[in-house]
Write a protein that binds this ligand. Structure first.
Ligand SMILES: NC(=O)C1=CN([C@@H]2O[C@H](COP(=O)(O)OP(=O)(O)OC[C@H]3O[C@@H](n4cnc5c(N)ncnc54)[C@H](OP(=O)(O)O)[C@@H]3O)[C@@H](O)[C@H]2O)C=CC1
Ligand SMILES: Nc1nc(=O)c2c([nH]1)NC[C@@H]1CN(c3ccc(C(=O)N[C@@H](CCC(=O)O)C(=O)O)cc3)C=[N+]21
Length: 296
């Protein structure tokens, strides 16, 4: 392997350490313990795993974790009522409603009912608008984690050619906004992009957020490029269930300058950034100085 491995697991541990320090200071100096509420509707096994791991990390950094598990048949009105209660609860600084929601719910309506200042996912329309106009906002966790790793590796990203594959509201679009904010020349590719291999070959930075196992082969990667693999795909290989990204790691690592693995790359950073956003939200709620280096 020629590429440098960007160790998201180790980076995430460092971020969680910084969050823990800031939480300890908030407690000592101001008697404040930040709180994160996570709402899960239904019994999707993958979602249950994430929610448990989020709760565990929240407690480990010294914050309060409030888990709300609702069954799949819960009405939208009941979910909105719960969000209303969390919005007005001063002990709750961050609210995350795990996606996807059951089919009978209007995801946009639900997300936009979260108080924007508690929207630690950064999905509320106000936060989307603030990010798009370069104003202070809550920044979506996955793109924020990717940005932190890129800045750490490169220092400045100014003038670099970046290609984001995927245009979802939760990953692709906010990722592109953040890269633009750091003065990259940004291309957003998607399922209708003509000649994706050629588009990717131009890139100094490739962020793959598609949800198709190992779809980006090494020969699309420009020699020395930095590859950030957001994909989390569970596939069967050799009779075993394994986790792979959207990038074919083995062949891409031959050409890339640096690359994130799956697992152990973007995933752990997503959770660390969720904690970072929660402590940031708590500081803003109390008009206190925000932790440095934990926001975009
Ligand atoms: N590590 C982490 O923390 C997280 C990981 N993920 C993972 O990231 C991946 C993407 O998630 P998400 O953004 O929610 O996914 P979506 O399904 O919402 O979006 C996928 C995007 O990929 C595009 N796409 C699909 N097929 C192709 C193709 N053949 N060529 C080019 N583009 C294509 C789609 O294009 P179009 O718009 O034209 O349909 C769409 O914009 C998933 O594997 C998910 O599990 C997600 C969130 C967090
Ligand atoms: N409102 C909302 N916000 C989210 O941020 C959100 C969501 N809904 N729905 C689902 C996706 C997915 N997601 C992941 C978080 C961590 C890992 C993670 O830590 N992955 C580990 C592996 C974990 C495993 O083994 O399954 C890793 O990549 O190393 C993965 C995926 C957040 N999401």
């Amino acid at each position: 392997m020629a590429a440098t491995l960007i160790d998201g697991k180790a980076f995430a541990a460092k971020v969680r350490g910084q969050v823990a320090e800031h939480v300890a200071r908030l407690k000592e100096e101001h008697g404040i313990t930040p709180g994160l509420a996570v709402v899960l509707v239904g019994e999707d096994p993958a979602s249950q795993v994430y929610v448990r791991s989020k709760g565990k990390s929240t407690v480990e950094v010294g914050m309060n974790s409030y888990e709300h598990k609702l069954d799949a048949e819960t009405s939208e009105a009941d979910l909105l009522a719960l969000i209303g209660k969390l919005n007005s609860d001063p002990a709750v600084n961050g609210i995350l409603v795990q996606l996807p929601l059951p089919k009978h719910m209007n995801e946009e309506l639900v997300i936009n009912s979260i108080a924007p200042e508690k929207d630690v996912d950064g999905f509320h329309i106000s936060n989307v608008g603030l990010l798009g106009t370069g104003q202070k906002s809550m920044v979506p966790c996955t793109p924020l984690g990717c940005l932190m790793m890129l800045r750490d590796h490169h220092g400045s990203l100014s003038g670099m050619d970046a290609v984001v594959i995927g245009r979802s509201n939760i990953v692709g679009k906010p990722m592109a906004q953040l890269l633009l904010g750091d003065s990259c020349t940004v291309t957003i590719a998607h399922s209708r992009t003509k000649d994706l291999p050629e588009v990717v070959r131009r890139a100094d930075i490739v962020v793959a957020a598609v949800g198709r196992p190992e779809m980006v082969p090494g020969d699309w990667i420009k020699e020395g490029a930095t590859v950030i693999d957001v994909g989390i795909n569970r596939i069967e290989r050799g009779g075993k269930n394994v986790l792979v990204g959207d990038v074919d790691f083995a062949s891409a690592a031959e050409r890339a300058g640096a690359i994130t693995p799956v697992p152990g790359g973007v995933g752990p950073m997503t959770i660390a950034c969720l904690l970072a956003n929660t402590v940031t939200a708590a500081c803003r709620a109390h008009n206190l100085a925000e932790p440095e280096g934990l926001t975009a």
